[in-house]
Design a protein around this ligand. Structure first.
Ligand code: ATP
Ligand code: MG
Length: 320
């Protein structure tokens, strides 16, 4: 429990036809102020769903389980009235750079008008909004005067992404959730953008949740890391420790599949393919260290050497 962001027993389901997908399975974690928390895991592991739950952006066919609690600075976000959440939290305390966000700018509006929209709905004057917008465009290393007047279709992907990051900072939020913020960009642009994001964290003190399936990117940007598999947190700890010595077999498989992390091409191994197990440990169908008990018993997450790991190989893990 941190007193900044505390997610408790969060579950999210999606109804698809007559069945339900458990996209986030009763997960808890905390984040400290000032941190950059990386959330990694392969496609479909529930990263975006987790982010949307914090932003109260889960829409039907999705629903949040009734036990779920999300505390931000002591306030339960899920218990707030929608109008209060929009007025007091969204943009002001917590903002968002959505996945595939380059399409979220309106091509018929100039860049500056996007800033005005958000600013006016929160009571900023035009002068204040203009000044802040130009400063923020400068912060993300864009030419403020030119870009403010431009239409989104006139900008490159990397520039649009920088506009969206600037926009997310307009009301000086304490936490920004960035979902695959650099994933669609070329490597040089990625690197440049990651430096900017790091500076924002350092200079403005903005806490960041950085969601990505790209492990080197997460390794570069984050101070703490959560590894997700099939809707569960399987490992959580300091980034450099997880990178150096992943404990969970899934984390280990992820790290082993990345040449720049392994440093030695001969030791790079692809992850064994397969669907999550329907009983026991969800990863047991793909795990290279699977034991008999893993096929029938579901491991809880437990503390181990300053981390949390969901695996019978570690700690005082009990079935649960
Ligand atoms: P990616 O890396 O591809 O962005 P992700 O980790 O963000 O993946 P989510 O988008 O959170 O994963 O999806 C988690 C699970 O929930 C997946 O099984 C997905 O198919 C399902 N899901 C997500 N959104 C919906 C929706 N609107 N309707 C039905 N199922 C959904
Ligand atoms: Mg996603």
């Amino acid at each position: 429990v941190s007193g900044f962001l505390d997610v408790r027993d969060l579950s999210v389901w999606y109804r698809v036809g007559s069945s339900e997908i458990r996209a986030v399975r009763d997960e808890s974690f905390s984040m400290e102020k000032g941190e950059v928390l990386g959330i990694i895991g392969e496609s479909g592991s529930g990263k975006s769903t987790l982010a949307k739950a914090i932003l109260r952006a889960i829409r039907p066919p999705g629903r949040i389980g009734p036990q779920s609690k999300i505390f931000f600075k002591g306030k339960d976000l899920l218990a707030m009235k929608e109008s209060e959440f929009r007025r007091e939290v969204l943009w002001k305390l917590i903002s968002y750079v959505p996945q595939a966000s380059q399409n979220s700018l309106n091509n018929t509006m100039r860049v500056i008008d996007h800033f005005y929209d958000t600013a006016y709905s929160h009571g900023l004057s035009r002068e204040e909004a203009t000044e802040r917008a130009l400063n923020l465009l400068r912060t993300v290393r864009l030419d403020p005067e030119r870009v403010a007047k431009a239409y989104p279709f006139q900008l490159s992907g990397g520039m649009k992404q920088r506009v969206l990051i600037a926009l997310s900072l307009l009301l000086n939020p304490e936490l920004v959730i960035m979902d695959e913020a650099v994933s669609s960009l070329d490597v040089a642009t990625q690197k440049y953008l990651l430096e900017i994001i790091k500076d924002i964290n350092k200079d403005m003190g903005t806490s960041i949740i950085f969601i990505t399936h790209d492990i080197p990117v997460a390794a570069f940007i984050s101070t703490k890391m959560i590894v997700m598999y099939a809707g569960e947190i399987v490992e959580e700890g300091r980034t450099e420790e997880i990178i150096k010595k992943p404990l969970h077999p899934y984390s280990n498989a992820l790290m082993s599949s990345v040449p720049s992390i392994k440093g030695d091409l001969d030791r790079v191994r692809p992850i064994r393919e397969g669907l999550p197990s329907t009983e026991g440990c969800l990863f047991s169908t793909r795990c290279d260290r699977v034991m008999e008990s893993c096929k029938t018993q579901h491991p809880g997450i437990s503390a181990f050497n300053g981390r949390r790991v969901r695996c019978f190989l570690y700690g005082t893990n009990k079935a649960g």
